[in-house]
Design a protein around this ligand. Structure first.
Ligand SMILES: NC(=O)c1ccc[n+]([C@@H]2O[C@H](COP(=O)([O-])OP(=O)(O)OC[C@H]3O[C@@H](n4cnc5c(N)ncnc54)[C@H](OP(=O)(O)O)[C@@H]3O)[C@@H](O)[C@H]2O)c1
Length: 307
């Protein structure tokens, strides 16, 4: 838990008695937890530093086994029973066991190991939301900034599954992997707009920015004819200033898209159409180290915590 606002040093392991599940709740013994930048941003003070919000239990996504079921615990795909292997998409899952609403519990696809099941939803639903907002169609060309990141890799795969041509910006070390996913990689930095033009001689229809830099905004706005087909998940100030789309936060449209995409996304993952790349796993007690490494330049893919 985050016991103060600051850097990863404010994280502590705290022993708590788990309450019995109430109406519509289940207990899940956690097997793996997905790590996301929002986890460390929340206690960094970036979203305010009201001390009444402390301590904060972190996390958004996990996989595990149901060990207890409260009355009327029905998930999005029907009744939940003890022993079910599940994916949880709910706040506060940095724990060895959690009490969560049944509505946030989905069956774990049989084809996914715990780590992959824990790491697909937060990044995958964000990518799905972004693709919906830019209305990407088969045969179109999209630029994805930060294509080798957690969200970027899912956006690349989902865009390819829609039949789009994908240009992805990334460090050179990640280019071979992006090529293996069917994307055309280009290095970000000075001269990016020319490199993208060369990679997409027929033009660019839409852009997804997962990094929030001025470069990503400038290049997207220069290449995409329609501002409403440029979406960012991280560059909120530029989006407000320049009139392109920003998603995330308390946005009812994002909530609707992401909720309806949970099951189709897990089905695509089960079929192997999209895969979660695991960059590194850490023991849950070393979440602070995971956050320090995730905030720095790191290997492509998701970080996972194991309780
Ligand atoms: N709004 C939302 O709903 C929402 C949801 C999820 C995440 N987010 C935010 O989106 C951002 C990305 O999340 P993530 O999980 O994908 O993080 P991540 O896994 O850390 O990926 C970020 C990627 O950005 C790339 N990168 C770094 N500097 C770059 C630059 N100057 N230009 C282009 N790419 C650069 C890195 O790739 P290389 O190794 O190739 O440099 C890195 O892999 C975070 O700020 C996160 O908080 C927002």
């Amino acid at each position: 838990m985050a016991t103060a606002f600051g850097g990863p040093e404010v994280l502590e392991v705290i022993d708590e008695q788990l309450p019995a599940p109430g109406v519509g709740q289940v207990v899940v013994e956690v097997r793996a937890v997905g790590v996301n930048p929002i986890d460390y941003k929340r206690y960094s003070g970036a979203f305010g530093d009201d001390p009444s919000t402390l301590p904060q239990r972190l996390g958004l996504e996990a996989s595990g086994v149901v060990t207890a079921v409260g009355p009327d615990a029905v998930g999005p795909q029907g009744p939940i029973t003890v022993g079910d292997e599940v994916v949880v998409y709910a706040p506060g899952v940095y724990a060895s066991a959690v009490v969560v609403p049944a509505a946030a519990v989905l069956p774990k696809p049989a084809g996914l190991v715990w780590e992959h099941a824990a790491g697909i939803l937060a990044t995958g639903l964000t990518a799905w939301d972004a693709l919906e907002r830019i209305r990407l169609q088969e045969g179109e060309t999209v630029v994805i900034h930060g294509a080798a990141g957690g969200v970027g890799l899912l956006a690349v795969q989902l865009a390819k599954a829609r039949g789009a041509t994908v240009i992805g910006t990334a460090r050179e070390v990640n280019h071979d992997y992006l090529r293996s996913l069917g994307a055309t990689p280009v290095v970000y930095g000075h001269g990016l707009v020319e490199r993208v033009r060369e990679a997409a001689p027929g033009g660019v229809d839409a852009a997804i920015d997962t990094v929030g830099t001025d470069e990503a905004a400038d290049v997207s706005l220069e290449l995409v004819p329609e501002k409403q087909r440029v979406v960012t998940i991280a560059g909120f100030e530029r989006a407000a200033r320049d009139g392109f789309v920003a998603i995330g936060g308390p946005d009812p449209e994002s909530a609707r898209i992401r909720e309806s995409a949970r099951i189709p996304l897990l089905e695509l993952a089960d079929a192997g159409t999209v895969v979660t790349v695991i960059a590194k796993t850490f023991p849950l007690a070393e979440a602070a180290r995971a956050h320090t490494e995730l905030a720095a330049s790191h290997a492509s893919g998701k970080f996972i915590l194991i309780p």
